[in-house]
Design a protein around this ligand. Structure first.
Ligand code: PNS
Length: 162
């Protein structure tokens, strides 16, 4: 059983993430999309909301599961008996951080390989941060995220900040 973890903040999941998940699901027997719970990073959506939004978008894909983790990614990967971590690479600007993370993860656990997948070109400019900014400023994000995320953004951004 070749199992891979696709970790990320997914705040929120975009069509670019879904493109990477679809590619990974063709390469591995099972892909676990893992939402990182990080107290240091302020997210718009809670971990439960981020997990549910991904689960709704990948519902039809038989070999994709959604989960969340806190703590070290390599520990979560080992606990799930995964042999690989999948990350998307959009542009050269992603490379430095991804390279550092991949090598550090290898230092922490040499059994886990990082595999980089490139999303379709049309998603290379897409990021959760930009989607949130456009939505916050009233722009249309229909082309960038699943319909459920469009609705969730609308609801979240309409709610008064607490
Ligand atoms: O979507 P993101 O924010 O680029 O994802 C980054 C993420 C969550 C994959 C990374 O920050 C991570 O793995 N966090 C878990 C904590 C950890 O293992 N840190 C050491 C990584 S070298």
């Amino acid at each position: 059983m070749r199992r891979a973890i696709y970790p990320g903040s997914f705040d929120p999941v975009t069509n670019g993430h879904l493109d990477v998940i679809e590619r990974a699901a063709k390469l591995f027997d099972e892909v676990i999309v893992a939402v990182a719970v990080n107290d240091q990073k302020r997210s718009l959506f809670t971990a439960d909301e981020r997990t549910a939004l991904i689960a709704g978008a990948v519902g039809g894909w038989k070999n994709v599961r959604v989960s969340w983790f806190d703590g070290l990614l390599v520990e979560f990967a080992a606990a799930q008996q995964a042999s690989a971590v999948v990350r998307g690479l959009r542009a050269v600007s992603d490379f430095e951080f991804e390279f550092q993370m991949a090598l550090m993860n290898r230092k922490l656990d040499e059994h886990i390989e990082t595999i980089f997948l490139m999303p379709a070109e049309k998603y290379t400019y897409l990021s959760s941060r930009i989607v949130k900014e456009i939505a916050r400023l009233g722009g249309n994000v229909d082309a960038f995220v699943p319909a459920s995320v469009v609705a969730a953004l609308r609801e979240k951004l309409a709610a008064p900040a607490v």
